[in-house]
Ligand binder design. Structure first.
Ligand SMILES: NC(=O)c1ccc[n+]([C@@H]2O[C@H](COP(=O)([O-])OP(=O)(O)OC[C@H]3O[C@@H](n4cnc5c(N)ncnc54)[C@H](OP(=O)(O)O)[C@@H]3O)[C@@H](O)[C@H]2O)c1
Length: 258
């Protein structure tokens, strides 16, 4: 897929634009290798990147087509991608449905998250067709332009991880809100509660970038103090099964289809 032309349908959206910008910034693609389509005709890309109003024209001019529209918008696309590789970023649309609707020869499903914006997405991907070593490496390097990436051996993993890593900042945001609300309920002024909760989620998250969370918990539990009491309370309430049920609820939606 080296030196190929990449077309992104929906390349001006949240995910599509961040990925496209990263591919250019990292030198993965030259501007003339990138095509974008949308309905509004509005784009922030500089000279060289072609913006098209006609999705079929984008498909015809591209070697590889990325689908970065919302799942419900996919049904309105009427494209014939016979002979092309398609990479779908859409949640809840199986590779077989994408092949059937577009005629694409090979479909790759990938599930980035909102952290593409800061180059820190984790992006699992799955190919419904056998890729040779060069093509596999190309897909992997493409998603490494926006963070870390791994190939998955089965498609169900994409649906499961849609509800885990695909949610990006959702779980930390919910934790931060809960910490803030509980502090306010305990009488801490709102602005201080917000700063304290942000310190836990953002500062704590950064510390975990290079540390093992199990070791971190074990060493904090070993103090047998304030932190240990709080963590023990969460463990007694089976925090893992709460998390597990939340992810399964999301994964069921992805598996059922959007
Ligand atoms: N955002 C996330 O955190 C996230 C995480 C994981 C997966 N995803 C998946 O990524 C996909 C894109 O999500 P997003 O958040 O980037 O959505 P978004 O910001 O709404 O972007 C959608 C893009 O598609 C374009 N579009 C819509 N209909 C079109 C059509 N018929 N032809 C051409 N372009 C069209 C829109 O531009 P116009 O309005 O100008 O047409 C826009 O550029 C979704 O399928 C979602 O499941 C998103």
């Amino acid at each position: 897929m080296e030196n190929k032309t990449l077309g992104i349908i929906g390349g001006t959206g949240w995910l599509g634009r961040a990925i496209a910008e990263a591919l250019l910034d990292r030198g993965f693609l030259r501007p003339e290798q990138l095509l974008i389509s949308n309905r509004s005709g509005v784009s922030t890309f500089g000279a060289g990147v072609r913006l098209l109003a006609d999705n079929q024209q984008l498909v015809d001019l591209s070697d590889i087509v990325v689908l970065s529209v919302r799942p419900e918008q996919f049904r309105e696309l009427r494209i014939n991608a016979r002979g092309k590789r398609v990479i779908s970023l859409m949640a809840g649309i199986p590779a077989a449905a994408i092949s059937a609707a577009t005629g694409a020869d090979g479909v790759v499903r990938a599930m980035p998250n909102a952290a593409v914006e800061i180059g820190q997405s984790f992006t699992p991907w799955y190919s419904a067709v056998n890729l040779d070593e060069r093509d596999r490496d190309w897909v992997q390097r493409l998603f490494e332009c926006v963070g870390a990436s791994d190939e998955l051996p089965d498609e169900d993993g994409i649906d499961y991880l849609s509800a885990l890593s695909g949610t990006g900042p959702a779980f930390p945001a919910m934790l931060q809100m809960a910490l803030t609300n509980q502090a306010v309920a305990a009488g801490i002024p709102l602005a201080i509660a917000q700063r304290a909760a942000q310190g836990v989620v953002v500062g704590g998250g950064q510390m975990l970038a290079n540390r093992d969370p199990r070791q971190m918990i074990e060493s904090l539990m070993a103090y047998r103090g304030v932190t240990a009491a709080a963590l023990q309370s969460m463990a007694d309430q089976d925090i893992e099964s709460i998390v597990g049920r939340a992810i399964q609820a999301g994964a069921e939606v992805a598996r059922r289809g959007l």
